[in-house]
Every structure is written in C-alpha cells, then in structure tokens.
Design a protein around this ligand. Structure first.
Ligand code: G3P
Ligand code: MG
Length: 247
C-alpha cells in the first residue's frame, strides 16, 4: 500500500501507556515511549471549528474537567481544559491537539495507529481533519494505520488519502469480513481479543491481512493471541506486555 511501512509493532500502547498516565495525553504517549512501545494507538475527534484532538468519548466529562460534547466546544475552549482525569500526578495535563501528538511521535520514531473516532454525524469531517494533520507530515518510514469502527470515516480516508494503510475495527468478526475489507481496501482487521477464535485467526492471516486485538492487559492472553497468529495487541500496559512477550 503506497510507500508506507505497513506493520505496527507487536505491542501497541493503547491510548498511550494508559494504565499509568491519563489516556490520550502527551504524557501517556511519552510514558509509552519510555516504556519501550514502538507503536501507539490514539483516538481522534474534532472540535466545533474542525480541529482534531486526542479523545475517546463524545463527552468531555470522564477524561477532562470540561462538560458537554467535545464536538460542540471550540478549539480555544478545549485548549484550556485539564485532561489529567483527576490524577494529581498529572494535574494540568492539556487535552492534546492531534498535531502536537504527531510531532512528539515523529521526533521519537514511533509508529501510529490513529483511530478515527467521529461523534456520530461527523464521520467525513473527522476523517478529513485527521488526514489533513497527517498527510503532509507523517514520514513513510514510520508505521501508520488509520482505523475506525466507522465505515463512512474509512471510505472518506480512502478517498482523501488512498496510500495511507487502513484498518476496520470491529468487536466480533462480521460474517462478510473479507468483502468488507475488500470494499474499504483495508489492510488490517482490529478486533476485540476475547472474540477471536483460532480458525478465524487462521483464515484472516491466510487471506493476507494484518490482525490486531484489543485490549490485552494480561500476559497469558497476549501470548495465546500471538500463538494464534495475531500480529499484535493493543495494551494499556506496554511495559509489562512488551517485556513478557520477549521472554
Ligand atoms: O483501536 C482499538 C481500540 O482502541 C478500539 O476500541 O473503544 O478502545 O477505542 P476503543
Ligand atoms: Mg481506540
């Protein structure tokens, strides 16, 4: 697919090192880097004026000191928020703009799985903002995968940046998984770890797709998935899972 180095690492820090730092913050990304993660996964959504931020939920309440929908707040409002998620060790940690995260990851040579996480109704706009941030900056030498549960967002990403590798995220594997991956021209399937069965893993790998599972914080489970042929796992604990998979 284009000139991009395709593969994410076997251990992908989920929302950064999110067991030990507030998820989807620059602090969580820095800690994941310190903990040896080669690739990270983050979620991205947009403000009312179309700026992409790292954030998982539609609402601001769980992870920041803000309220309401992120997509209803302007970038100037979002830039004032504390995203430390009530963790005193990280008080004052900002809600990061995607472009700041990209700068940090590129400067450390870290791979990125950017999950396009649109508030429903903003699929195309969110995909466009993400592509706009990455297209002129992301080096082809570093792993990059754009992923989403939203097929509409993936179609838009494909239209705007066909060369960027893509992944469909699902919980269970859809019956028509291969038709869906072909239609979206996705290279990877990302799915919920407990729902993967050995036979399906075999079929997906035999068909030539990348297969990654979330969210794996248990070393025995990670080892079992790798033995099934899974290419990598998303984990909140990249240090522990990374060290364990080396042994
Ligand atoms: O991208 C894998 C995983 O992050 C998908 O689920 O809800 O953690 O974004 P979620
Ligand atoms: Mg995610």
């Amino acid at each position: 697919m284009g000139q991009f180095k395709r593969s994410l690492h076997r251990v992908v820090a989920h929302r950064g090192a999110s067991a030990d730092a507030p998820e989807n913050t620059l602090a969580a990304l820095s800690l994941a880097i310190d903990h040896g993660a080669g690739s990270v996964e983050v979620d991205a959504m947009i403000s009312s004026d179309g700026v992409a931020y790292l954030h998982h939920d539609d609402g601001l309440e769980r992870c920041t000191n803000g309220t309401g929908y992120l997509c209803a707040a302007s970038s100037s409002e979002l830039d004032t928020l504390d995203a430390s998620n009530d963790n005193p060790q990280f008080r004052g940690e900002p809600l990061p703009r995607l472009d700041r995260a990209i700068d940090l990851l590129i400067s450390h040579g870290i791979g990125l799985n950017l999950e396009i996480k649109p508030t429903p109704g903003l699929e195309k706009e969110t995909a466009a903002a993400v592509v706009n941030c990455l297209k002129s900056t992301w080096p082809t030498t570093l792993p990059l995968v754009l992923s989403s549960f939203s097929k509409e967002a993936l179609f838009e990403a494909k239209a705007l940046w066909p060369d960027a590798p893509r992944a469909l995220i699902t919980c269970a594997i859809p019956e028509q998984w291969q038709e869906e991956l072909i239609a979206l021209q996705c290279q990877n399937l990302h799915m919920a770890a407990p729902l993967l069965e050995t036979q399906s893993a075999k079929e997906i790998k035999q068909a030539g797709y990348g297969l990654y599972c979330y969210t794996v914080n248990d070393l025995a489970q990670a080892k079992e998935l790798i033995a099934m042929g899974v290419d990598g796992v998303f984990t909140d604990k990249p240090k522990m899972i990374g060290a364990g998979l080396k042994t």
